[in-house]
Each structure stands twice: as structure tokens, then as C-alpha cells.
Design a protein around this ligand. Structure first.
Ligand code: BGC
Length: 396
């Protein structure tokens, strides 16, 4: 933690105001190749003169899914470095607990709420209280269906799925497959998470022409989000579901070529199922998302093929700039992008809170495989281990 604070403080001194996504469509709709990571840039952080004693409540869903630990840590460090007091909670993937955690923050008179919801539809009442109290709400990473939600910071979620699909198309050379058919199975995320459908649809829509042409085939026939969803993004559930799929549709020697998994926690279960229960001798292409440490290890070891990386330190940085503008009463429009240290698209149409579209700032994800792991190190968020083999997190 000390190290993060030190580097954030150093960054504060530099105050670099770089790239802006402006008003355009998310740049990431054109998938960067696995080798084209955006250059590492300093997270934006501008210490406002009047930050004073303002307190920010940050509600994270759970510590059991790796990325939220990093999100919580980066958000806390960056907000504290900018002069705010922070209340940070993790709610064990339990809706009642998350509602209580947020109610407690409101009782503590926080000035702003930043919420990564467990269930996008379970916080409506509690957030209505925030609205009554005049406390602005930023939906963080996952959109929330609640009138009280004013702003949304996330990555371009649909593009995450597009990147996974494009990786498959490119690396299986599907455009030159001729009469060959490749077998694919999908594993998606938590139906309660508003993001999960975007990830699945981005991948499925991009692969659909190949499914229609017969270049890709789904032996299980499970081709809808509902059929392949994984409640709570649980690794164990993904493992069990995939073992069942393998037992039912692959025990006769059918070859599995691709396991399209929406994120790393599900990919971890699926690759475990393949290791223990798949009889074929080919290497199955397995996709993921997040850059969790265990999954990056699996990429080095050949058990997972790629992951879509979302730099959550940057997501925290964009959230800080937005929060500062909100708390200072500044206008919030496309020009805010000029203050971000990274590219983010300003989008007022794609996401809605159940009542109206919500102003969104969407960062750019990119693909990682075993050819460009160094680019993760270049972000400053990872380092090589003592043997220069696997990556470790630089967060504490
Ligand atoms: C996040 C993903 C993450 C998943 C499970 C989603 O809302 O956007 O990055 O893998 O939740 O934690």
C-alpha cells in the first residue's frame, strides 16, 4: 500500500493530462492486436484545493473475485492521495450486506458514493435514499438500475467480448478454414451483473457469421446467455458446468477446439475441467478477461490462451477525475475527457439506469496472450517473479 501511495503522490506532482477519447465512439471497437497495448500512462489525479474533509463511500462487491481487491486498493489510494477521506466496503457477494454497507455510508454522511453492484437491480431503494440526501452516485464498472445513478465509469463492455471473438477468428484463422469445422463452447457470467450480457453478446455476435456458415459448431447446442451463465461468476460453478458439458457431449471423442469464457474466474474453472475431464489431446483455446494472477500463470503454462485486460488503476483514475468534478460542482461533459490520463469515450446513449440514459465514461480494453505479457509489466501494475517466468501484482 505504501508503494502505491508513494507512486500516486509522485504522479500527482507530475500532473500529466494526456489522451482524451472525446465525443467519439469507443476507440476499442477496433480490436487492438494482442501486441498493441496502449502505452502505460500515469493515472489521472489532481488534488483539488478544496477537497477538505469530503468523504467518499466506495462499495465493492466481494474480495473473492480477484479484480475487486485491486479496484478497491487503487480507488482508496488515489482518492486519499487527492485529499479525500474514504470508506471502503466489500460485501461478500451478499445483496443484503451491500445494501447495509451503503446505508451505513449514508448514515456516516458521505459526500459521494461509488458503487460496484453485486446485483444491478438490488440497490434501488437504498440508492433512492442517497438521492433524497443529495449524495451523487457513480456506478463503477457495473451499471445499476436505479434512478439515483447519475454517472457510469467502466470499460467498453461489449468490446471485451468482441476482442475475445476476434482473437479466436484470427488465431484459428477462421477466414481461411475452408470446409473445416471447429467446435466451440461458451461460458458466460453472472445474470445479476449488467455487464455479463454485454460480454456474451459482443463475443457471440462477432462469431455468429462463422456459426451460421458452419465454420464453428456448438456441440452442446448451448447458444444463449441463459444456458451458459455462471451465477456469481463462480469458478466452482463454471468447473461443474463444464464438466457436465464435457461428459454429455465430448465423451465420445468429439474434439473441443475453443472454450469462449467471458472472464478469468470462469476460465479458471473451465480450464480445470478441461485438464481433468477432457479426453482429447489437442490444446483447447481458452479465453478470459481481467488479467488475474492465476490466469496469467495459466497463460504461461498453456492452460489458458488469452485474457482481455482492463487496467483498473486507470478506471480508478478516471473515476477520481469525475468525482472531483462532481464534488466541485463543475460541468460534466465530453471535455472532462481532456483531464483523464488515458483514453476514455464519452457516451450518453449506451447505458441506462432503468429510467434514463446515464452519462458514461468508457475505457479501452485490450488483448493479452503469451506474446505480450511484458506489456502488462509496462503498465506498472505487474512485475516478473524472481525467475522471470510468471507475473505478480505490484499492488499489495
Ligand atoms: C467485471 C469483470 C469481472 C466480473 C467478475 C464484471 O462486472 O467487469 O471484469 O471479471 O465482473 O468479477
Amino acid at each position: 500500500m505504501k508503494k502505491i501511495l508513494a507512486s500516486v503522490l509522485a504522479i500527482l506532482m507530475i500532473i500529466s493530462m494526456a489522451a482524451c477519447g472525446g465525443n467519439s465512439a469507443p476507440a476499442a471497437t477496433e480490436a487492438p492486436a494482442a501486441t498493441e497495448a496502449p502505452a502505460a500512462e500515469a493515472p489521472a489525479a489532481e488534488a483539488p484545493a478544496d477537497a477538505g474533509q469530503k468523504t467518499v463511500g466506495i462499495a465493492m462487491p466481494t474480495k473473492s473475485l480477484e479484480r475487486w481487491n485491486r479496484d478497491g486498493e487503487y480507488l482508496k489510494a488515489q482518492f486519499e492521495a487527492a485529499g479525500y477521506a474514504v470508506e471502503l466496503t466489500y460485501s461478500d457477494n451478499d445483496n443484503t450486506k451491500q445494501n447495509n454497507d451503503i446505508s451505513n455510508m449514508l448514515a456516516d454522511k458521505v459526500d459521494l458514493l461509488i458503487v460496484a453492484a453485486i446485483d444491478g437491480e438490488a440497490l434501488t431503494q437504498t440508492l433512492a435514499e442517497a438521492k433524497d440526501q443529495g449524495v451523487p452516485v457513480i456506478a463503477y464498472d457495473r451499471m445499476i438500475k436505479a434512478d439515483a445513478v447519475d454517472y457510469y465509469v467502466s470499460f467498453d463492455n461489449y468490446t471485451v467480448g468482441v476482442l475475445q471473438a476476434k482473437y479466436v477468428i484470427e488465431h484459428m484463422d477462421l477466414d481461411n478454414a475452408g470446409d473445416k469445422t471447429y467446435n466451440i463452447e461458451f461460458t458466460a457470467g453472472d445474470p445479476a451483473d449488467n455487464n455479463a450480457g454485454y460480454f456474451f453478446n459482443g463475443a457471440y455476435d462477432t462469431l455468429k457469421p462463422y456459426l451460421d456458415a458452419g465454420t464453428l459448431k456448438i456441440p452442446s447446442g448451448k447458444n444463449t446467455f441463459e444456458q451458459v451463465a455462471t451465477p456469481a461468476w463462480s469458478t466452482d460453478t463454471a468447473l461443474e458446468n463444464f464438466q457436465n458439458t464435457l461428459a454429455s457431449f465430448y465423451s465420445d471423442g468429439t474434439v473441443l477446439d475453443i472454450a469462449l469464457c467471458s472472464n478469468d474466474s470462469t476460465a479458471a474453472g473451465v480450464s480445470q475441467a478441461i485438464e481433468s475431464d477432457y479426453a482429447g489431446s489437442n490444446t483447447v483455446m481458452v479465453t478470459g478477461q481481467d488479467g488475474d494472477i492465476g490466469n496469467l500463470q495459466n497463460i504461461v503454462d498453456g492452460k489458458q490462451t488469452m485474457t482481455v485486460y482492463k487496467n483498473v488503476a486507470d478506471e480508478a483514475g478516471v473515476t477520481l477525475v469525475l468525482a472531483q468534478a462532481l464534488l466541485n460542482g463543475d460541468a460534466i461533459d465530453a471535455s472532462l475527457c481532456d483531464k483523464f490520463a488515458v483514453t476514455a469515450a464519452y457516451d450518453t446513449e449506451s447505458y441506462e439506469n432503468g429510467t434514463r440514459p446515464v452519462t458514461s465514461f468508457l475505457l479501452v480494453p485490450w488483448s493479452v496472450d503469451n506474446t505480450n505479457l511484458q506489456q502488462l509489466v509496462d503498465t506498472g501494475n505487474y512485475k516478473w517473479d524472481a525467475n522471470n517466468k510468471y507475473l505478480e501484482s505490484t499492488a499489495s
